[in-house]
Design a protein. Structure first.
Length: 621
């Protein structure tokens, strides 16, 4: 989203007249962003005039454009300052991260500095040039217009209050290898920054940022290569700063615990598609490839993501035995000795059960307790809005109780909350729309339909299935899923259909015992449930919303009695839980299902009133 966008000449004039702060605030309001952060407003007033001073010279073309607070579609993050234009060879976007810091210290965390951020408060922060570099990589790696037109993305940071005495620390390429691609400029570097700009941009290109902003976001790298690079300890440079800081925090804390022997428990919070698994796999890879080799593993209660990652890596150069040791079920911890692992990564931690049925483990064995016992450091990736059964046990409160029992230092902070949307190309706007539709709060967030994300409501389930089938032929990994409202009759009689909907639509639940449903093309016509698809990505996802979710006027009603009688997992129908808890599980189920599709989500509602309501809160550009 383009917030403030003016030629350099107008930007300089606004700074010289002390109007730049008000202009930025007004532009944010015009885009529906009510900005009340006084410290950030003060930063515009204090930092932007320094950029105006840099640009106010004869060598720089004043028709080149400036953008301030450019907002990524997929997240709340905004870029401080952008210059964009072109040279004789290509178009160029230049990203600047601006900081008012006047002092910094060396950090033990990779790619971080220890800085005074709020008065006397010191904390680990990403090196500003690293932050700018992540932004540049995100645009370069994911924006189709940038890729197709070979737009050059440059990045740098400008710490205008930091004197030359800090240059050796801040520009150390051994500690900060990104500096060669994303330089850092300090106080007194005005002429050097001017030369940096002139080297790459000398002409205006007024439509460039608008073309980039309107473009589709398309990942340029296959999952297998990302996983492979991550497990080999290589950096995944399309992180955002929250993901990066989470990875570096985990690695730093595990290394410290390895020396001291002190237990630690780290909680990483994040909603669907915010990159919890990306952080887990990257941190796992860094520990496995450290100079001091660590014994670490990745675990989830749900077999689907384990199988998904495992199947993807088997397509590479990993052996099944290696994958089996790295990707485990929490039940393995029942037989592990104390502190057997240096670190356990518990992904989808909200799904961890108290006791795992049918694995020869006594009912007196608490799985969360055994996980704590088995590890020096536990890292829990959690979203309590994705708990979908009564057996989903590991809440933050329960984790905190066991941390106290094992005298494990609890590390939880706002710096370890993931918010950017990396799965769904509809971005933050789409995920907030889903939350609003499912009544996580009383807001009504309309979704503005655009060309970036394919959201469609179907009146005919056959048409939705046909579209998913066509897209599966083109992209692969396109499937139908549903809330669990249809009895699993085909389990005992393969000739029966579990789904019999309008216009003669018939289908069965997925039943094949394959390692990964999403990889199994023989299962492409079957319908997946929440247990089949939680934790995996699809290109397009077709969601059948069953009769457990309906609409009465504009009131959304959750109906536990519509849940399938053959559902032996969720406990939604159980009288042991109250209506509020049953509603929460139904809501969470559809929250997961509606956020699986990366490129698009198709929806068919069995309740026609619900379909009409959905259509009413989707607007067109």
């Amino acid at each position: 989203m383009i917030i403030y966008n003016k030629p350099i000449s107008e930007f300089i004039n606004a700074c010289n007249c002390s109007k730049i702060r008000d202009e930025v605030v007004n532009e944010l309001k015009n885009h529906g962003i009510n900005h009340q952060n006084d410290s950030e407003q003060m930063s515009w007033e204090k930092s932007l005039p320094y950029m105006a001073e840099v640009l106010n010279c004869d060598e720089i073309n004043k028709d080149i454009d400036v953008a301030i607070e450019y907002k990524f579609n997929e997240s709340k993050h905004r870029i401080d300052f952008i210059l964009y234009g072109k040279n004789d060879k290509n178009s160029v976007v230049m990203i600047f991260e601006l900081k008012q810091w006047s002092s910094i210290f060396e950090s033990t965390k990779q790619n971080c500095v220890f800085a005074n951020t709020h008065g006397s408060i010191r904390e680990d922060k990403l090196h500003p040039s690293c932050q700018a570099y992540f932004y540049s990589k995100r645009i370069g790696d994911m924006n189709k217009y940038v890729q197709d037109n070979h737009v050059d993305i440059k990045s740098a940071s400008y710490l205008h209050n930091l004197d030359q005495g800090y240059l050796t620390l801040m520009s150390n390429q051994i500690n900060y290898p990104f500096i060669s691609n994303s330089p850092v400029f300090l106080k007194g570097h005005i002429q050097t920054i001017r030369q940096f700009v002139v080297n790459y941009i000398n002409q205006e290109d007024h439509g460039l940022l608008y073309n980039i902003d309107a473009s589709l976001m398309v990942p340029s790298t296959e999952l297998r290569h990302l996983l492979d690079n991550s497990l080999k300890g290589k950096d995944f440079w399309s992180y955002d700063d929250q993901q990066a800081l989470s990875v570096y925090t985990i690695v730093d804390e595990v290394k410290k615990s390895k020396v001291t022997g002190k237990r630690k428990t780290i909680i990483i919070k994040g909603g669907p598609g915010t990159g919890k698994s990306i952080v887990a796999i990257n941190a796992l890879g860094k520990l496995l490839n450290d100079i001091v080799k660590m014994n670490a593993c990745y675990c989830t209660q749900n077999a689907t993501p384990r199988n998904y990652f495992g199947q993807t890596l088997i397509e590479g150069d990993y052996k099944k035995e290696t994958i089996k040791e790295l990707f485990v079920n929490p039940s393995v911890f029942a037989s592990r000795s104390e502190k057997y692992y240096d670190c356990i990564f518990a992904d989808e931690a909200h799904r961890i059960a108290k006791w795992k049925f049918g694995l020869g483990i006594g009912k007196d064995v608490n799985m969360l307790d055994k996980l704590f016992n088995s590890s020096l450091v536990n890292v829990f990736f959690i979203d309590e809005d994705q708990a979908v059964t009564v057996h989903d046990y590991a809440t933050i409160d329960e984790i905190t109780k066991f941390a106290k029992k094992y005298n494990s230092e609890l590390i939880i902070s706002n710096n370890l909350v993931l918010t950017s949307q990396f799965r769904c190309l509809g971005g933050e706007e789409y995920t907030q729309f889903v939350k609003s539709f499912l009544k996580y709060d009383d807001n009504v967030n309309f979704y503005i339909k655009n060309n970036k994300y394919d959201l469609r409501i179907f009146d005919d389930p056959n048409q939705m299935r046909n579209e998913i089938s066509k897209l599966n032929e083109k992209y692969g990994k396109c499937r139908l899923v549903s809330g669990y409202t249809h009895n699993w009759v085909s389990r005992n009689d393969p000739t029966e259909y579990d789904f019999q909907l309008a216009n003669g639509f018939k289908a069965q639940w997925n039943f094949n015992n394959v390692s990964s449903w999403i990889h199994d093309e023989s299962a492409k016509d079957s319908i997946g449930c929440i247990h089949t698809c939680q934790g995996i990505d699809m290109q397009y996802c077709g969601v059948i919303i069953g009769k457990d979710l309906r609409c009465d006027g504009k009131k959304i009603i959750f109906d536990r009695d519509a849940n399938a009688k053959t559902d032996a997992s969720s406990g939604i129908r159980s009288k042991k839980i109250n209506v509020i808890e049953a509603d929460r599980l139904i809501r969470n189920t559809y929250n997961v299902l509606l956020t699986r599709g990366m490129r698009g989500t198709f929806i068919y509602c069995e309740n026609q009133n619900l379909s009409r309501y959905l259509k009413s809160i989707i607007k067109y550009m």
